[in-house]
Design a binder for this molecule. Structure first.
Ligand code: F6P
Length: 471
C-alpha cells in the first residue's frame, strides 16, 4: 500500500496538550490505523525566519510541522483564511474583509507548504490535503513537478456560486482545485454547489459520472460526510459518566435536567441566536423555570480577529441578561464556560444531558452532534436538537431539526425534547445511532482513500450507502 501523507493547517501532534477541532478528531484515528506522515503548521508564529521542519515519530505516524513567519501567519491565517474564506464559505458575505495583501499571503504560505513538503515527499505517496487553508496546494506541488495522486477534502460548507463569486479573485482560487485528483465534500448540497460553479464559471467539460476534465486529467467529485469513532466514543461515555468530574457536575445540578451545548466561540455556531431561543423557552414555558440548567461550553478561538471578539461580547451580554432576568439565588439558568474540556469529560457530560443543543447557522458537519448521539444511554437517551443547516442533519434526520434563525421554533423544540416520552426518545436515538455506526470515521477515510486510489469514474456510493443505513 502506498504511504499516506496527510496535509492540514493544524496537526494533532500527540504530545501537545491538543485542543481537538473537528478536523483533528477526524484525521487522527485514520492515520493511526494506516500509518504515514502528517504535515502542517506547528501552531507557532516565529518573529524571524521559521526554523527547520520539526519531525516527531509516534507509533506508526511521522508528524512534521513548520512554523510560520508572523506576517505570513497574519495574512494567511488571521487574514485570508479566517477573515475571507471562513465567512464566505459559511454564507456570511457581510463579514468578509478582503484585501489583496492577505490573498498574496495565502498563496505565499501555500507555496511555503509545498516547498517544505516536497523534501519529505516520495513519488509513490498518496497525498490527502484538508480544508480551506490549502486550496492551491496541489497546484503549487504540480508546478514543482509532482505527479502524485492528490486528494482534497473540505470540512466546511461549500456555498452556491451566487455567493462564492462575490469573493474577489475567486477565478484564481477555485479553479486551482482542478489540480487535485479527487475533491471531497461533506454533503451532496456542497458537492452540487461546487459542480454548478465548475459548470457556470469555468465551462470545463464534464467527464463520466461526477467528474470533469482539467487539462489532461480527470478530476473526481465525491460526497464523504465525516463520521466519528461511534462505538469507541460510546464506550468512553459509559466510563466517563462514572468519573468524579461528571458526578460533581451532576451533584451541582441538584436533580435538575441539563441541556448541553459545546462549540468553539465562532459566529457560525449561532450562539446569540441559541441564547435568545433559551430565553424565549424560559418565557414561554415557565413551568421549566428552576427545573433545568443549560450548560454552554465555549472555548475561545481565533482571538486575533475582531469578529471573534465581537461575538464573544454579544454572547457574554446574552448570558448576563438571561441569568439576571430569570436566575434565583439558588438557580443559575445558564452556565457559560470558556474553558476547554477533555474529550472524556465531554463524553460524560453528553451522556448526562437530557438534551443537546447544536444550532449552528451553517456548519460543514458538526461532530459535536454526532458525538452527542454516540454518547447516549440507549435505554434512556437524551434528545439532540439540531440545526437543519449543519451537515450532520443529513444523517441525523431523527433529531429534532430546527431553524436556528427562529427562536420561537427552537424554544418549542427545547420544551418538546425535555418532555419527550421514553419510547420516542429511544426510537429517535436508535435511528441516529444506526446511521452513525454505518458511517463511522473508518468508513469515511476508507471511502475517500478508496476512491482516490481507484481509477477515475469507479463510482461514488454515498447515496446508496445512506439509503441502506436508513432501511
Ligand atoms: O474545518 C473547520 C476547522 O478547521 C476544524 O478543524 C475545527 O473545528 C476548526 O476549524 C478549528 O479552527 P482553527 O484551526 O482555526 O482553530
Amino acid at each position: 500500500m502506498a504511504r499516506l501523507v496527510v496535509v492540514s493547517n493544524r496537526v494533532g501532534v500527540p504530545d501537545r496538550n491538543a485542543r481537538a477541532g473537528g478536523l483533528e478528531v477526524a484525521i487522527r484515528p485514520t492515520l493511526r490505523r494506516r500509518g504515514g506522515l502528517w504535515f502542517g503548521w506547528s501552531g507557532r508564529a516565529a518573529d524571524n525566519d521559521p526554523g527547520p521542519t520539526r519531525i516527531v515519530e509516534h507509533d506508526n505516524v511521522t508528524y512534521a510541522t513548520i512554523d510560520l513567519r508572523k506576517d505570513d501567519h497574519q495574512e494567511f491565517y488571521n487574514g485570508f483564511a479566517n477573515r475571507v474564506l471562513w465567512p464566505i464559505l459559511h454564507y456570511r458575505l457581510d463579514l468578509a474583509e478582503f484585501t489583496r495583501r492577505d490573498l498574496g499571503g495565502y498563496f505565499r504560505v501555500n507555496e511555503f507548504f509545498a516547498r517544505r513538503l516536497e523534501v519529505l515527499l516520495r513519488p509513490d505517496d498518496v497525498v490527502w490535503v484538508h480544508d480551506y487553508h490549502l486550496m492551491p496546494l496541489a497546484k503549487a506541488l504540480r508546478d514543482r513537478g509532482h505527479a502524485n495522486k492528490i486528494g482534497f477534502f473540505i470540512h466546511v460548507p461549500f456555498p452556491p456560486p451566487e455567493i462564492l463569486t462575490a469573493l474577489p479573485n475567486h477565478d484564481q482560487l477555485i479553479p486551482a482545485l482542478g489540480h487535485y485528483d479527487l475533491i471531497g465534500f461533506q454533503t451532496e448540497v456542497d458537492a452540487a454547489n461546487f459542480s454548478r460553479y465548475i459548470a457556470n464559471e469555468c465551462g470545463l467539460p464534464w467527464g463520466g459520472g461526477n467528474s470533469f476534465h482539467f487539462g489532461n486529467r480527470i478530476v473526481q467529485i465525491g460526497t464523504f460526510p465525516v463520521g466519528v469513532e461511534t462505538e469507541a466514543f460510546a464506550r468512553l461515555a459509559r466510563r466517563a459518566i462514572e468519573s468524579e468530574f461528571v458526578r460533581e457536575v451532576l451533584g451541582s445540578l441538584s436533580g435538575r435536567a441539563m441541556i448541553i451545548g459545546v462549540d468553539r466561540l465562532d459566529y457560525s455556531k449561532g450562539l446569540p441566536e441559541r441564547m435568545n431561543a433559551f430565553e424565549r423557552f424560559l418565557n414561554n414555558f415557565p413551568d421549566w423555570r428552576g427545573k433545568v440548567t443549560y450548560l454552554q461550553i465555549t472555548p475561545r478561538s481565533r482571538t486575533g480577529i475582531q469578529e471573534y471578539a465581537d461575538i464573544g461580547r454579544l454572547v457574554g451580554e446574552a448570558v448576563g441578561r438571561i441569568n439576571g432576568a430569570f436566575g434565583e439565588a439558588s438557580w443559575t439558568p445558564l452556565r457559560y464556560i470558556n474553558k476547554a474540556h477533555s474529550r472524556t469529560a465531554l463524553a460524560g457530560l453528553y451522556r448526562a444531558a437530557r438534551a443537546g443543543l447544536v444550532t449552528p447557522l451553517r456548519d460543514g458537519m458538526n461532530l459535536v452532534a454526532k458525538e452527542f448521539v454516540a454518547a447516549q444511554n440507549s435505554d434512556d437517551p437524551g434528545v439532540l436538537i439540531l440545526s437543519r443547516f449543519a451537515g450532520a442533519a443529513h444523517e441525523c434526520a431523527a433529531a429534532l431539526l430546527v431553524n436556528p434563525y427562529d427562536p420561537e421554533g427552537v424554544a418549542i423544540a427545547i420544551n418538546r425534547a425535555l418532555a419527550m416520552p421514553l419510547e420516542e426518545r429511544c426510537q429517535r436515538h436508535a435511528a441516529n445511532f444506526k446511521m452513525l455506526v454505518a458511517n463511522d470515521i473508518t468508513h469515511w477515510a476508507d471511502r475517500f482513500m478508496g476512491m482516490l486510489e481507484r481509477p477515475p469514474n469507479a463510482g461514488n456510493d454515498w447515496t446508496q450507502m445512506r439509503a441502506a443505513a436508513r432501511r
